[in-house]
Design a protein around this ligand. Structure first.
Ligand code: C5P
Length: 426
């Protein structure tokens, strides 16, 4: 049974006593970088300690200008680490162990400087070395002046970090310590604490798909015409990536085979990046055997019969290249007919612009998959590249068995599909 701890809160003159489950055994590596907001992190430490979370802290040189090692050590009830080249620290707890024994690395406040160092992989001090050495999830709570926050360099660094899966809390907007007003304020301690607890509690949540292996395809494929041109379908990859994340969150061991997309890798998912349909098929086949296969990729139906080795030139006289096309392998159909290696649940998508469910039902039979998720991609729906989707799950030949899901976010569709799969296997 999980231990509980009493937390007392003063709420409008009433003493409120809440009982919250302890997160005993959870470890956070807290990196405090330089910023006036560092003092607010002391409150974060106190509240996380209330939940029995073990905290080890690294204080950067800048951080130590704003909070003392003594106050951080007193509140974390642990030694505070500051020096990369300290013989005693390395002997007791090397920087690699420090970064690996955490369930989460939290950088709060995250200064513009440490964000730039993280984005460029620098390792000049203990904090940045631990960040480069860690294989654990990283959460950042940026805090800086409004102009520094909006600077293109900082925004590019944030985009790089988020693309690598770093989780961001804040910054919020308001009065800044420097006297200016705008974005760049450290998120309030309550918001940072809530994000950390949500993250740690999600790790504790039941994993009904534990032990199941899933392979998901996502994004478009690019079929080269010559070294600079290609044939492709429209696809952002948002739906396939959301499905991979939802299956992983439910405990499945997920391989995501993705064509070229501009999305961060889903956390905890093994991602194989491919360009062409044939590469996608090979990657899917090498991920088998699996229990579940979901083909959400918009695979190009055709490729050029022979890719030109050099860029095809416009000759100025109106010459038009005569492109010969070959058919690409149909990954969904091949996996659905994979004999003993066939996953027990194979799911495809049918992106249609008219007679959506009729076409999708015919596709399910033709391809031999178990379920088809039909979605309307007519231009007025905004489904392509958008964040919303509307699905009808088709699992039989009788339309009475169709399941229409309400229009919702692609993340919501991913979760709904994971729930439906859990239901199927149970
Ligand atoms: O035939 P169509 O492209 O409309 O079928 C869509 C479904 O088939 C999607 O699930 C898509 O991922 C899958 N597909 C595939 N390989 C192809 C073409 C489509 O896996 N070459």
């Amino acid at each position: 049974m999980r231990q509980c701890r009493l937390t007392t809160l003063l709420n409008r003159n009433y003493l409120v006593i809440t009982v919250q489950p302890a997160l005993t055994g959870k470890n956070i590596l807290l990196i405090i970088s330089g910023g006036i907001a560092a003092y607010k992190v002391l409150e974060v430490i106190r509240r996380l300690r209330d939940r029995d979370i073990n905290i080890r802290a690294i204080l950067t040189k800048g951080g130590a200008e704003f909070v003392t090692p003594l106050s951080v050590a007193a509140l974390t009830e642990n030694k505070v680490y500051q020096d990369l080249f300290s013989l005693t620290d390395e002997a007791e707890m090397g920087h690699i162990r420090l970064s690996r024994e955490a369930d989460l690395v939290l950088v709060a406040p995250a200064s513009a400087d440490i964000l730039a160092k993280m984005a460029t992989g620098q390792a000049g001090d203990l904090a940045t070395t631990a960040l480069l050495a860690t294989n654990k999830p990283v959460m950042i709570a940026p805090a800086m002046n409004v102009e520094m926050w909006h600077h293109r360099a900082t925004q590019a660094n944030i985009a790089t970090l988020e693309n690598r899966g770093v989780i961001r809390v804040g910054p919020s907007s308001g009065d800044l310590a420097c006297g200016e007003v705008g974005s760049g304020r450290l998120a309030e301690p309550a918001e940072i604490i809530a994000s950390v607890l949500d993250f740690l509690e999600a790790q504790e949540a039941p994993k009904p798909l534990a032990g199941k292996k899933a392979v998901v395809t996502s994004g478009p494929t690019h079929e080269p015409i010559d070294p600079v041109r290609y044939i492709a379908n429209r696809s952002s990859g948002k739906q396939g990536h959301a499905i991979a994340q939802a299956l992983c969150d439910a405990g499945a061991d997920v391989t995501l085979v993705s064509g070229p997309v501009n999305l961060p890798d889903p956390a905890g998912v093994k991602v194989v990046q491919v360009e062409t349909a044939r590469e996608m098929l090979a990657a899917v086949q090498s991920a088998l055997p699996a229990d579940i296969a979901i083909c959400a990729a918009a695979v190009a139906d055709w490729r050029t019969a022979g890719e030109a080795g050099q860029k095809l030139k416009k000759d100025g006289a109106g010459f038009i290249p005569d492109l010969k096309l070959s058919e690409n392998p149909d990954i969904l159909a091949i996996i659905s007919a994979a004999g003993p290696k066939r996953p027990s649940l194979v799911i495809g998508f049918a992106a249609e612009t008219e007679n959506v469910t009729e076409h999708a039902r015919a596709k399910r039979t033709r391809k031999g998959c178990d379920w088809i998720l039909a979605n309307d991609v007519a231009p007025d729906t905004g489904t392509f590249g958008g964040d919303q989707n509307e699905i009808c799950l088709i699992s039989g030949t009788d339309e009475k068995t169709d399941e229409r899901w309400p229009r919702q976010s692609k993340t919501g569709i991913g979760r709904a599909l994971a729930m439906r799969i859990i239901d199927h296997f149970s």
